[in-house]
Design a protein around this ligand. Sequence first.
Ligand SMILES: CCCCCCCC/C=C\CCCCCCCC(=O)N[C@@H](CO[C@@H]1OC[C@@H](O)[C@H](O)[C@H]1O)[C@H](O)/C=C/CCCCCCCCCCCCC
Ligand SMILES: O=c1ccn([C@@H]2O[C@H](COP(=O)(O)OP(=O)(O)O)[C@@H](O)[C@H]2O)c(=O)[nH]1
Length: 402
Amino acid sequence: MMPMVYTVYGFAIFFMIAWIVLWVIHIMALSYSKWKLHRTVDRSPPEQPYPGVSILKPLTGVDPNLLSNLETFFTLDYPTYEILFCVESEKDPAVMLVKYSLLPKYPNVDARLFVGGMRVGVNPKINNMHPAYLAAKYPLILVSDAGIRMREDSLLDMVQHMREDVAIVHQMPFVSDAEGFAAVYEKVYFGTAQARMYMGADFLGINCHVGMSSLVRRCALEEAGGLAAFADYLAEDFFMAKEVLARGWKMRVASLPALQNCGSRSVGALQARLKRWARLRIAMVPTTALLEPLSECLPLGAGAAWAAGQLFGAEPLPFFLVHVLVWFLSDWLMLRSVQNGSPPFTKVQFLVGWAWSECCAPFVLATALLNPEISWRTRCYRLDWGGRAHELKPPILNTQKL
Ligand SMILES: CCCCCCCC/C=C\CCCCCCCC(=O)N[C@@H](CO[C@@H]1OC[C@@H](O)[C@H](O)[C@H]1O)[C@H](O)/C=C/CCCCCCCCCCCCC
Ligand SMILES: O=c1ccn([C@@H]2O[C@H](COP(=O)(O)OP(=O)(O)O)[C@@H](O)[C@H]2O)c(=O)[nH]1
């Protein structure tokens, strides 16, 4: 009987500790985001001229927002930069868009197109960017995914965080304003659950480098083996930061969050993306499979409510409901901080988006755990523990009758 009692108390204490830790993370992440994000960018002339930046833009296909997103790179308020567009296939419609719409429209901006990529490993984004990386002429490299939109001062903000001892400045993933439920879900997810863990991790010095908009010091990347050294991982961002930090460099989060603005938003596409990312995180750092459910409102609340009943004789249901209510209010404050004001939807829409996001989160994680394969754009992969990826060949259709 005694071992049973100890086991129950052991679990209850575990949930209570996780619950307290999460509330500390809430407070820490909220305070840190208020201090860190949306600072005014210093536009006074610098003592030393700003270094040149080579912007790598890996493109795959065209969506309705691509042209206007890419145009924001031509109007950056930054003295010296080049834009290197990368497209893997010459049949990709992005080639036409860059060649015939963008380059002729901005003849005074230093921009080039690289078609064909270079196979240096499994990661298709690295393969796509590699020729441009080799041709880049400036000491700072900005890797910027296709769906990213820039404010005029975004690059200046990032460069201002690149102090002498810093090798990576990354933008926290967030999204631009858009219409529809998928956009609300996206904004709520990136502005609450992900922002909390991202800000918390950065505050604690945990590697949380997300490579969708990341400025890298080229010499530090070269020290770590160059871009090609990370081509066997799909989460090249995480491993790049790990190697660069291991060499004594520092990493900083920029003050302006990354504005993802993909033109084909849908609930299914966001969930597929979150599943893919969760699989990557689980393969890279397997403890996340245990820690992440504990960082979510509903599973943690259920565990903590049960634990409070066991340890203190509290009523589990009221405990759970108060937990959810306070978490919801704290998430509203977090979203306002990341958005730098009110989000572009009503509080009722926030409630619906938040409830949907929190209810789906455990299922997204569970399906990521149960399905070992990853599909990314046109290809499928399997991951080893540790994060190395293998591409799965598309099934060969057997037309021969047996
Ligand atoms: C008691 C409870 C504790 C809870 C602990 C939770 C653990 C999570 C801690 C930090 C995580 C923050 C990370 C947020 C980013 C998530 C997004 C993501 O997964 N992105 C991956 C994929 O990105 C794309 O990949 C393809 C690339 O080409 C694109 O450009 C990318 O955008 C990305 O690879 C992930 C990077 C960071 C992963 C961090 C994992 C750290 C886990 C540490 C766990 C330690 C727990 C410490 C507890 C405080
Ligand atoms: O086969 C691929 C898949 C992706 N990408 C590029 O990698 C970046 C990130 O892709 P995606 O948005 O699909 O990744 P996510 O942010 O969802 O992880 C984008 O610029 C894509 O154009 C690429 O060049 N080739």
